[in-house]
Design a protein around this ligand. Structure first.
Ligand code: DC
Length: 226
């Protein structure tokens, strides 16, 4: 039997540093990268553009199944091209995140994205970023990392990111938004946000990104991946 293509999964709520860590991992290992959150954001965006209600499960699932999207990686960033148009900026708004979380709670939408996500598993390996990468999509991953951080720390990071981009933001509104999204992602009936039993949990509330990276490098070394 041939050895399966290795996958490293990084799950956890938004604002824990998953994106930064995944970019580093994909670069270090020279593996492919899947940003699964981008897929849910794209489905919600497309459904909205088509004038569909986000709760219309069968219609939104049909959108997910037929999503005309391709991806390019530029400077380590996962850039989706929807129907020939780069929609990176449109899917990165707070509103797009909230809409993604709403469609992500629909079982038929998750089912429609299953094969598309698994198709990212290509040699020599895949780094997968999401909520259910280690629990549902790639349960046989060779290394599963689950990043967590307090909602306050995540809201402050997001606040800084958006302020640095010159966007006017309100810290309290961001925190409320994060709490609402966490609750929806953790309490949904299907593939809720939770660590796989064999995941390594890293709390980044007080850890800087370089400390997280050091710990992950050590894990890669221990598992003979790098
Ligand atoms: O990682 P992100 O913020 O781009 O994800 C946006 C939303 O998509 C998130 O609130 C929950 C959902 N999501 C999911 O349910 N499963 C995934 N594997 C990735 C994201």
């Amino acid at each position: 039997m041939s050895t399966p293509i290795p996958v490293v999964t990084v799950d956890g709520p938004s604002g824990t540093g998953k994106g930064t860590l995944c970019a580093l991992l994909a670069q270090t290992l020279n593996w492919h990268f899947l940003d699964s959150g981008a897929l849910y954001r794209l489905v919600a965006l497309r459904a909205g553009d088509l004038g569909l209600a986000l709760e219309d499960e069968s219609a939104v699932a049909a959108v997910a199944l037929a999503l005309p999207v391709t991806f390019s990686i530029q400077d380590g960033e996962f850039r989706p091209v929807l129907d020939g148009v780069d929609v990176s900026a449109r899917i990165r708004t707070e509103e797009a995140g909230t809409h993604a979380s709403i469609v992500a709670a629909l079982p038929a939408v998750r089912a429609a994205l299953l094969d598309r996500q698994r198709n990212f598993r290509q040699a020599p390996g895949l780094v997968a970023d999401g909520r259910d990468m280690g629990t549902v999509i790639f349960p046989d991953a060779v290394l599963k990392i689950f990043l967590t951080a307090s909602a306050e720390a995540r809201a402050e990071r997001r606040y800084k990111q958006l302020s640095d981009k010159g966007m006017g933001v309100n810290l309290r509104a961001l925190l409320e938004d994060i709490r609402r999204r966490d609750q929806r992602d953790q309490q949904r009936a299907i593939a809720p946000l939770q660590p796989a039993p064999d995941a390594i949990i890293l709390d980044t509330t007080r850890l800087g990104i370089s400390e997280v990276e050091d710990r992950v490098r050590q894990l890669l070394h221990e598992r003979r991946l790098a």
